[in-house]
Design a protein around this ligand. Structure first.
Ligand SMILES: Nc1ncnc2c1ncn2[C@@H]1O[C@H](COP(=O)(O)OP(=O)(O)OP(=O)(O)O)[C@@H](O)[C@H]1O
Length: 277
């Protein structure tokens, strides 16, 4: 669990980012305390993955500031950014396992890439992480021999093998059965606390994410439309937050894409004028 005294690991101020003429993020202010598991929620295309990429330093802000552990990824030189990234673990939607490497070698991969460790030490570090995700016994299997849930657990072990201070998760539950979703959610919380890390989880699975999150942010229209603890968010009086959390198809975010003709007009049943659904 996080404590207020520990300070903020992530500090984002007035962050703006566009894709062409589309303003994806339009003045985001967000802070994540050290040790917290923070959920980022919001409709598809709302900029959640973009926000993770800005935190990881793979995208640069158009305006505003992102600080991770006091450092601005976009201001670092190559070596600085490399060092900062090394302190982050990432489990992104498509972070697949290497199919021609065993489970053990998949988890060992970041360690071999970044350090020259004696084989005996490397083996201990990898087996510790595999034990933490319950798959020490699967170390010699190939990725093709794993279920989807097991594969995700191996990817999780690989994401944390270097003891990151920050772990970024993009849709970690996608495509998993309910039992595996529960296991991954529990592991996200457990690994965060065991490593003394801070985690950011982007997800559409509200209940599972709220079950492990200390705080959440709901993105909409390029802004944070609500933030707080899961209980505070559920009680939020923001209509947008309520529409999102309850999964209502219509509300402040309309079901109908705007049209300049009413449906009745199109059907030849009268002209109502104006922009109509
Ligand atoms: N490489 C890219 N080039 C151009 N536009 C992009 C690119 N990546 C994302 N976008 C656009 O940026 C916007 C935000 O995308 P992003 O993937 O961050 O949303 P998201 O909230 O993560 O969506 P989802 O929940 O569907 O994953 C979308 O309009 C998307 O089409």
């Amino acid at each position: 669990m996080w404590s207020v005294a520990a300070g903020d690991l992530i500090e984002i101020e007035q962050l703006r980012f566009s894709r062409g003429s589309h303003r994806v993020l339009d003045g985001i202010d967000l802070r994540v305390p050290r040790g917290a598991v923070a959920a980022i929620l919001g409709a598809s295309g709302g900029g959640k993955t973009t926000l993770l990429n800005l935190i990881a330093g793979t995208l640069r802000p158009d305006a505003g500031r992102v600080r991770v552990q006091g450092q601005e990824p976009s201001k670092l030189d190559r070596a600085g950014l490399f060092a900062l990234r090394r302190s982050m673990g990432m489990l992104f939607q498509h972070s697949a396992l290497f199919t021609d490497l065993s489970v053990f070698e998949n988890v060992a991969f970041p360690l071999r890439r970044h350090f020259r460790l004696p084989e005996s030490l490397l083996r201990k570090l990898v087996l510790m992480k595999l034990e933490a995700v319950g798959l020490r016994g699967a170390a010699e299997l190939g990725p093709g021999e794993l279920s989807g849930g097991m594969g995700r657990r191996v990817a999780l072990a690989r994401a944390v093998v270097m003891d990151p201070i920050l772990i970024l998760y993009d849709e970690p539950f996608t495509g998993l059965d309910p039992i595996s979703v529960g296991i991954i959610a529990t592991l996200i919380r457990r690994l965060n606390d065991a490593l003394g890390a801070t985690s950011i989880v982007v997800s559409h699975d509200i209940d599972e994410t709220f079950a492990i999150a200390d705080l959440g942010f709901i993105l909409g229209g390029g802004k944070i439309i609500a933030h707080g603890t899961p209980a505070e968010l559920r009680a939020s009086d923001s209509p947008l937050a309520q529409q999102f959390l309850s999964g209502r198809p219509d509300g402040p975010v309309p079901f109908h894409y705007p049209s300049n003709q009413s449906f009745l007009e199109v059907m030849g049943l009268g002209k109502l004028g104006g922009v109509r659904p």
